[in-house]
Structures are given as C-alpha cells and as structure tokens.
Design a protein around this ligand. Structure first.
Ligand SMILES: [Zn+2]
Length: 881
C-alpha cells in the first residue's frame, strides 16, 4: 500500500511555537479558479522559548496545495535563497526577532473537493479550517497554540453581495473596478482553525438578544433565498442557548454580532468559527413540513453546541490537537445538559447512551481504539471520533457526578477565568476542577490516557442476621492496540436498592435512597446496614460511567425494575437487558438449528409497559424499541450476522402479533391532528404513535397498512409522513413501496433535505434497500458524489444502517463499499476514511464474513496511492492480522 507522506505525530514530541503572530491581516480577491490571498503577519520570537544571544531558528509556515507568488519581510521582497518550499509548507530564514511578513498566494476554490480550506458550495464561497484547513488558504503557523487578532478584507464581484468574516464589520465599499469590498475585524485573539469567510448571494433573517449585562447582540442567520422560511427553529434555539449559558455557566456573549450560515456541502455538522458559525444545512434548516422531530432536536443541540464553543473552545482553546477533547468533551457535555433541560432528560440520556454503546464501544474495541486524549496520530481528521466527543463528554460528566453540581461550577468558573485567551490542555481543565475545590482527581486522570471500555462485574450478598447487604464490584479494562496493561480507574457507580414491594430503601442514617459508590480498586466491597430483607439493586443509575456492567438479573427481576425503579434511565435499561437476553437466546437457538421459541418474558414486559399510562410516551417508545442489529453485534463474542438478523426479525414479529390490539389502541389514542409543534410533549406522543404503527404494519394486516397509507397521505408533518412511508416500504408489497416512494419524490424533489430523507429511507430499508437498489440510487440525478450529506444518506445508509442487506451472504456488499471508498478518496479523504469504518471490524465476524471483509479492505489497500486519512485507518485495520 502506498501513502502520501503518512508519518506519525506524538503528543510527547510537543514543542511550544518558535514564533508568535500578534496580528494577521488577510485580503482575498475571490475568483473560482484563481483567488488571490495576501497575508500580512506581525510576528515575534516566542519569549517562552527564546534564549540569550541565540541564532534565530527558521520560521516554519504550514501550506498545502498553494501557489506561492511572493514572500516579503519588513516590506522587502525576499530573495529565493532566504526561503524554501517543502512538502507541507515553507521555511523562511529569519534575522530579526520581530518583523512583518507578507505572503501572496493563489488558490483555486472551484477545484477544492476536499471541503477543507476555501471552497465553493452551490456557487457560494465558504471555509472549513478545523483542524488543518487554514494551510490550504495561505502559508501560516497553522497550530492552535498560535493565537492572533485577525483583520480580513474580502473583495468580490457584485454577484456576491454578502461578504462575511469573523468579528465586527469595520468597513465596506466598492473598488475602482466595481467590485465589492468588506473588511472585518475580530478583536479576540484566535487560532487559525477558527477563521471563517463566506461570500454569496444570500438572504438572512435577523433577531436580537439582550445579554445579562444588558448589551444588545445582533443575531443573523444566512441561507439561500429558497430556504429562508426554514430558519425560525435555529434562531429560537440560539436564543435559548445564549440564555442557558448565562444561567448555568455564567458565560455572556462577547461580540456585537453573532452569525450563522447554512451550507449544503459540508463534511461535519457545523463549525464554531468566532462570531461566524458555518453549518451543514441539514443541521440548521427546518420546517414542520420538511423536517422530522429528530431533525428539530438535532438542530437545537447543534446550535447550542457551536454557540457554547464560544467559551469552551474559542475563548479557551486547545494547546494542540491531542487536547481536542478539552473543547469537544466539555462542550458535548454542556449541550447534552442543555438538551436535557429543554426536553425529556431521561430520553436524551437514553439516546446518548445508545450511541455510546453501539458505536463508541465498537471504536474502543477496534483497530482505531484510542484514549480520550490520544498519544499519537497520522491524520488528525481521523480523531474527530466518538471517543474524543462522546466518551470525552462522559469523562466530564463523571467529574460532575463525583464533585456535585456546585463544586463543578466553581471548577468551570476557575477554568474560564484562569485560562481566558489561552491555549491549554486537558490537564489544565482537571487541575482547575481540583484547585477550585481542594479535590484530588489524580487517579481519575487515567480516563484521559487509558483506552478501552471497562467491564464491571457485580456480585451481591445478604446477611439476614446482621441486616447487611453488600455489593462487590470488580473492574477490568481489556487490552487495546498499544496498551496492554491497564490500571484501575476511579469509577463513580450510582446505585439504589429496592425493597420487595418496590419501595426505595434508605442507604444510610441520613435516609438517602441513592448513593454514588467510588470504585477505585480492582475489586471493592460496599456494605449497607439496616436492610430488613434482601433488596434488588438498581445499578449504574443514569449510566453514571461509560462501562459495561454485568450482574446476573433474572427476567422477573428485570420486569420488576422496569415497573418500580425510580430512575427512568434504569427502567429503560432493565427493558434493554430483557430484550438483549431474549435476542441472545434466539440467536443460540438459531445457531443450534433448533426451532425458535416465543420470547414470552419479553412480550410480558412490553405488555406491561404499554399498559402503564403513567409513563412518559417517549420513554415507552424507547423501551419498545428492540436493540439495533449493530448493538447486538457489540455484545461480545463472534458476530454472526445471519443469526442476529433472524433473531431480531423473529422477536419483532412475535411482539407485533402478540400485542397487536394494544398497539392499535395506543395508536388510536395518540393521533393528534393538531398543528405541528416541536415540544417535548408532542414529540413524545408522535414517537410512541409511530412505534405502534411500525409494529402494527410488521404484523402485516391489510388494516394496518391502510392506517399507514392514510397517515402518509394526510402528511400533516414530516415526522408522521416519513414514519408512515418507512412502514409502507418495509412491510408493504414492492409495488406499493414503488408507488409511495415515487409520490413522495414527486412532491419533494425540489427540497434537498427531503430528498436526503427519501434516499435514506430506501438505502436503510432491510427489505427494500438491496445492493441493486442502492446502485440505482447512486445513478439517480439527485445523487451528488461531491455532497457528503448525499453520500451519507445513500452509501452510509446502506453500509452502516442496513445490517440485513449489507451483510448479504455473497459478500458483494463489502466489495461495493471498497469500490466507493476508493473512488471517494480521490475527492474527499475525510469522508472516505469515515465510510470505511464497517470494514475495520473484519476480525470480529464469523470466518466466512471475516475473510470477505478482509478481502475488501485488501482491495482498497492494493488500489494505489491513498490519502493520509484513509491510509491510517486501512493500515491499522490490516495490522490486526
Ligand atoms: Zn464541537
């Protein structure tokens, strides 16, 4: 396998920058094929590393895919022998510790399909600089610990009336040749990764926010004219976020203006550039007719996430990219708490934990396994992972659990005060938490450096004579690549004990019925006295730590917890355990060639949940959702795709048949026929209603399909229309599926986001989403290989969300993915490296599938020169040989 200069970068090699940039003055003359970029930098020797009477080191400027036009120092054009252009940048010899450097470069945004740096999306210029995209714009010390004040001038033809950059607008005018010119100034020093520029023919909606100190902030949301009616929800979410960050963290916004721009071609969800957030359209635009409840909630959380970065990321940033979780883990924790406050706390937690268990645990157990703070990388883009984001947020959450909310707030206040305007490390964050509270998190720090998902084994004992109940918890973290021996972690385990009648028992003299156990040793016993009869433990409440917990619950005990636990999350979790146990038994029966047994305990449990009218309907919907095939695959042991599919389908159909009447009566009771509103209550009712509809259609009666047809045709909102369409596609005849899909496409073909939903419904369908269908979708005129959203909807929809069809026995699903990855790597390496993920798990499968998946990976490896992004993932995956 060939690669393009893949070399490993290590955290231990970190060195402070040789030079600092106090001021960056940029000017852009925009042109699709030849944009002229002039930069004027005020640079000085970094006093922290300077020595007396030293010879000055050369100045290193990162730069990729740039045409260098000229280099000047203090106004003098530099002779070519004073600088050298090498792979990845420019080295300039320096003879004075303080100077002004001018560099002129030319770039071609039109040809930039990587969507990093400056590029075009539907004729609009936009930028994406995190992590290392700024070096595709101009030569610069492109590292987060170089923070500079920026002034940016944008010059463009009048066909681009809106010209935006970070900070406040300083000046605007018209050049002699009739082009528009606008200058922006950002007074807050920032690293280059937070730079942004947008130019286009855009409309905007405007609002304002009065901060806690009474300052008026202008809020603007920019998009193409056709989408201007889809901005209201994001604007409301922004205002809620601004208020919440003042109330919960004491953080006030700092500029006079805050702008959001929606862009169709975007690799990630959104980007927190100072004062000018750039969003993937799918993560900001919504209307009831076109967006589902899930999209509404996603938008609220992403708007909040990017806004919260203004403090956790921008004002206090990362020293180097190994510290990425410093800003991401903390900000994901902040946005999760915000969403929990705005919606159902238990449901938000369930969704986050499901993602963690399904995908982050898989990452922890795979070839790319890494700690929350990685030790090394080849391509940093590959480390924008669930481990850094989601597990990183769990680590911050555990600090919150260990210290309590008030101490946590004291810690975050100290962190922001102490490091405002600085580029710091995860260690600085933990130290602030300790220093503000006189606490000791020495052992806790191992969560940042140790990879892998810890496993907790719990055993209990009861001494009737003494009235003592004890819990013995053992912890162990499996070996991961490069980390053989693991040390015990400090794990907070929140628990409660239930009496035989379901009452919560007091755990100590104070009468508390919930406690946080601090597990710090490999094995530890916790004893509770004054317990009159043997209790049932409710363990790891609220998922207080990102671990796998094993305790031998019987089906009856799980059903008891489902009904009586005071912790809503654990009620759901008991239901999950019951489902997993049933599905595992079914898989065993299938593998042993036995007839599959009715999952009686599971059906009883689901019936009780459906009958309990006091439960939040959103929680009921979550409890009634069988674990996904992907989640079943992560339960340990060899993955047998066929057994998973058979077991899951059998259980679903058995539940659907046994509880059909209950599903129908709940469905009828939940029909709303009222104007759409994305409130937690209405979303909860729709989610349960559509869960019922899906089971009703799975049972296959003509009446059920007729209900789905009515709901689809009524089309009161996208949530209901899409859910009905999904049920019709999955459970109707092929002719029906064709008919309804065509009707839907005819209605919505002008709307990019609905077309993405339409693609996803087909590619992700276990029945309809065959490889042949997916190949047809790729040839569809609405598919665009250069648009990551479309690639995700069609290709990832099939390879990551359609377990049944992707794992077809002939292995052609794997080869299809390999071919797509090879083609995409030439256009967009970041997307190619993400897409390849399902193939990295080859070692976990049964012999036949394992060999097929390995062959597909090998095909990629043999295909010629790979990007650094893809090379890193493929080579590490093949190394497991
Ligand atoms: Zn972020």
């Amino acid at each position: 396998m060939k690669d393009s200069q893949a070399r490993t970068i290590y955290l231990k090699d970190y060195q402070a920058p040789d030079y600092l940039v106090d001021h960056t003055d940029l000017s852009f003359e925009l042109d699709p094929h030849a944009t002229l970029v002039k930069s004027r930098l005020k640079i000085r020797r970094n006093p922290a590393v300077a020595q007396a009477n030293e010879t000055l080191p050369p100045l290193w400027l990162d730069g990729v895919d740039l045409e260098l036009l000229s280099v000047s120092v203090n106004g003098e054009l530099l002779p070519v022998q004073r600088y050298e252009q090498r792979a990845g940048g420019l080295s300039v010899s320096i003879d004075t510790p303080e100077f002004e450097l001018e560099v002129e470069t030319r770039i071609a945004p039109e040809a930039n399909t990587s969507l990093e740096g400056l590029y075009l999306s539907n004729g609009m210029y936009c930028t994406q600089c995190e992590a290392e995209g700024f070096r595709k714009i101009t030569f610069y010390p492109d590292r987060p610990d170089v923070m500079s004040v920026f002034t940016t001038t944008i010059i463009a033809p009048a066909t681009y009336p809106v010209l935006l950059s970070n900070g406040n607008k300083l000046d605007s005018g018209i050049t002699e040749d009739g082009r528009l010119s606008v200058t922006w100034e950002d007074p807050f020093a920032k690293p280059s990764y937070l730079f942004a520029l947008v130019a286009g023919d855009l409309q905007h909606v405007e609002d304002s926010f009065t901060t806690c100190s009474g300052r008026e902030v202008k809020l603007q949301l920019f998009t193409e004219a056709r989408n201007i009616g889809k901005c209201a929800h994001a604007m409301t979410s922004l205002k809620h976020s601004m208020r919440w960050d003042e109330e919960v963290y004491g953080r006030e916004y700092d500029l006079d203006i805050f702008m959001i721009v929606a862009v169709d071609h975007f690799n990630m969800g959104a980007m927190e550039n100072k004062g000018l957030n750039i969003f993937n359209s799918a993560c900001v635009l919504a209307s009831p007719e076109t967006a589902t409840d899930a999209a509404f909630q996603r938008i609220e959380s992403i708007v909040a996430h990017e806004y919260f970065h203004n403090w956790s990321g921008n004002r206090v940033t990362c020293r180097d990219w190994f510290q990425l979780s410093l800003k991401e883990g903390f900000t994901v924790f902040r946005d999760a708490e915000f969403s929990a406050d705005m919606n159902s706390r238990a449901v938000k937690r369930i969704e986050d934990v499901t993602l963690l268990r399904t995908s982050q645990f898989a990452e922890d157990a795979g070839p790319m396994s890494h700690p929350v703070r990685p030790d090394s990388y080849m391509e940093i883009s590959n480390f924008y992972t669930l481990t850094v984001y989601e597990k990183g947020a769990e680590v911050v959450r555990m600090i919150h659990t260990i210290m309590g909310p008030e101490a946590f707030r004291r810690g975050s206040d100290l962190y922001f005060d102490r490091h405002d305007g600085c580029a710091v490390t995860c260690e600085d964050f933990v130290a602030a938490m300790e220093d503000a509270n006189g606490a000791d998190l020495k052992q806790f720090r191992r969560w940042y450096s140790q990879a892998g998902t810890p496993v907790l084994d719990v055993e209990d004992g009861y001494d009737e004579a003494l009235g003592e109940y004890s819990l013995t918890i053992r912890q162990q973290t499996p070996e991961t690549p490069g980390q053989k021996d693991k040390l015990p972690l400090h794990i907070p385990v929140t628990i409660g004990l239930l009496a035989e009648d379901g009452r919560p028992l007091p755990l100590d003299a104070s009468g508390q019925t919930e406690a946080v156990l601090h597990l710090t040793e490999a094995s530890q016993t916790f004893t509770f006295s004054g317990i009159a009869s043997r209790p049932l433990p409710s363990l790891l409440r609220g998922f207080s730590a990102p671990v796998k917990l094993r305790y031998d619950y019987s089906s009856a005990q799980l059903q008891f917890l489902m009904q009586h636990d005071t912790d809503s999350f654990n009620r759901w979790d008991a239901c999950q355990r019951l489902s997993l146990n049933s599905l595992q038994s079914l898989q065993q029966q299938y593998r042993a060639g036995e007839a599959l047994q009715q999952p009686t305990a599971l059906i009883e449990g689901y019936a009780a949940v459906l009958d309990d009218e006091t439960l939040d309907p959103a929680l009921v919907a979550k409890m009634l959702a069988l674990p996904s095939a992907q989640e079943l695959a992560e339960q340990g042991g060899e993955i047998d795709a066929a057994a998973i599919i058979v077991a899951r389908t059998f259980a679903r159909d058995a539940i659907a048949a046994a509880l059909a009447e209950r599903f129908l009566s709940r469905y009828r009771a939940l029909e709303q026929h009222k104007p759409y509103s994305p409130t937690a209550e209405d979303i909860a009712e729709r989610s349960l209603k559509n869960t019922c509809l899906s089971y009703l259609c799975a049972a296959g009666s003509a009446e059920a399909l007729a209900l789905a047809k009515v709901q689809f045709e009524r089309g009161e909102n996208m949530t209901d229309a899409a859910a009905a369409l999904a049920a019709l596609v999955e459970f109707g005849t092929e002719a029906q599926a064709e008919e309804f899909l065509e009707a839907f496409y005819q209605q919505w073909q002008q709307d990019t986001q609905v077309v993405e939903t339409w693609f996803g419904l087909q590619s992700g369908s276990a029945k309809y989403g065959t490889l042949e269908r997916v190949q047809k979708l790729i040839a569809h005129p609405a598919f665009e290989v250069k648009n990551p959203n479309k690639v995700r909807a069609v290709i990832a929809g099939y390879t990551m969300r359609n377990f049944t069809q992707f794992h077809r026995e002939d292995g052609t699903g794997y080869i299809f993915l390999a071919d797509q990855v090879i083609a995409l790597d030439k256009l967009n390496p970041q997307i190619a490296a993400r897409l390849v993920t399902p193939l990295t798990r080859w070692k976990k499968y049964r012999a036949q599938e394992s060999a097929q998946i390995h062959a597909a990976l090998q095909k990629i490896s043999d295909s010629g020169e790979l990007s650094r992004d893809l090379y890193e993932v493929v080579s590490k995956s093949l190394e497991q040989d």
